[in-house]
Design a protein around this ligand. Structure first.
Ligand SMILES: [Zn+2]
Length: 259
């Protein structure tokens, strides 16, 4: 299947050079993007036979163009729960969707948001939305985002042994498995930094952030603190960290003397 893309004119610190809308063959798009007129028109012009609109998650830089595209073309919208109302088919993982005779599997990937799904073609091409980006890392904002689910989702994607990754932001990656390994290693390294910072006596999210991300501009600090919080919540769910008020500390390991 021929895969083309159009990048929406919405560049920014989280969207990189903009949202990439992928066009699968002649009839399907993944992540139609923001409802910017010029972007919607570009998709319509490139896809005169559009039948299917697939959405990875509900964020405003991914889903809204589905509405004008559907009303202009009558295409069906396929999306996970949490995406606005006008959806023809809800998916949350395991479904197979036919696109021009090729099957696309829905892979559940909660983590960036609770409802996020990825799409995996029978050719081995993986469409990752915001779960894996072509450059840099994605953001996890709890409580919608969940680091424990996220790392598990990355491992699920790694187990698919994909050939190529088509991210919603940043370039296509031919080194799909190596990129997923790097993504998993990066999160585990950050987790280790959080553990080390707690061991050094830092207790609050702001203090942990200052140690782990020392040189951040002011506008990126809040996002970094959400990443620290996401790691702390993962560790708390695993009973490796405990929280009281706004302070976190390591759970002292219990030596198992009973054998
Ligand atoms: Zn997103």
């Amino acid at each position: 299947m021929i895969i083309r893309s159009i990048t929406a004119p919405n560049p920014g610190p989280f969207t990189l050079d903009g949202t990439r809308t992928y066009m699968l063959g002649e009839t399907a798009v993944i992540d139609p993007g923001p409802a910017i007129d010029s972007h919607v028109e570009a998709i319509r012009a490139a896809m005169p036979r559009l039948r299917t609109i697939l959405i990875t998650h509900r964020h405003a830089d991914h889903a809204p163009a589905a509405v004008p595209l559907k009303s202009a073309t009558g295409a069906r919208i396929i999306a996970p729960p949490g995406v606005f109302g006008a959806v023809d088919q809800r998916v949350d993982g395991g479904e197979l969707i036919d696109v021009d005779g090729q099957s696309i599997e829905v892979i559940p990937t909660p983590g960036h948001t609770y409802e996020h799904v990825c799409y995996f073609s029978s050719d081995g091409d993986l469409f990752t939305g915001d779960t894996v980006l072509g450059a840099g890392t994605t953001t996890i904002f709890p409580p919608d985002g969940n680091m424990r689910d996220y790392v598990e989702s990355l491992r699920r994607l790694r187990a698919l042994n994909p050939r190529r990754i088509f991210p919603a932001h940043g370039p296509v990656r031919e080194d799909a498995v190596a990129l997923l390994d790097e993504y998993i290693a990066h999160r585990l390294e950050r987790e280790q930094q959080v553990l080390n910072a707690l061991r050094s006596g830092r207790k609050t999210i702001a203090d942990l952030r200052a140690l782990i991300y020392p040189d951040l501009s002011r506008e990126l600090r809040a996002a970094a603190e959400f990443q620290v919080k996401a790691h702390l919540e993962k560790l708390a769910a695993e009973r490796r960290v405990k929280r009281s008020d706004e302070q976190y500390e390591l759970v002292t390991s219990i030596t198992d003397q009973a054998g």
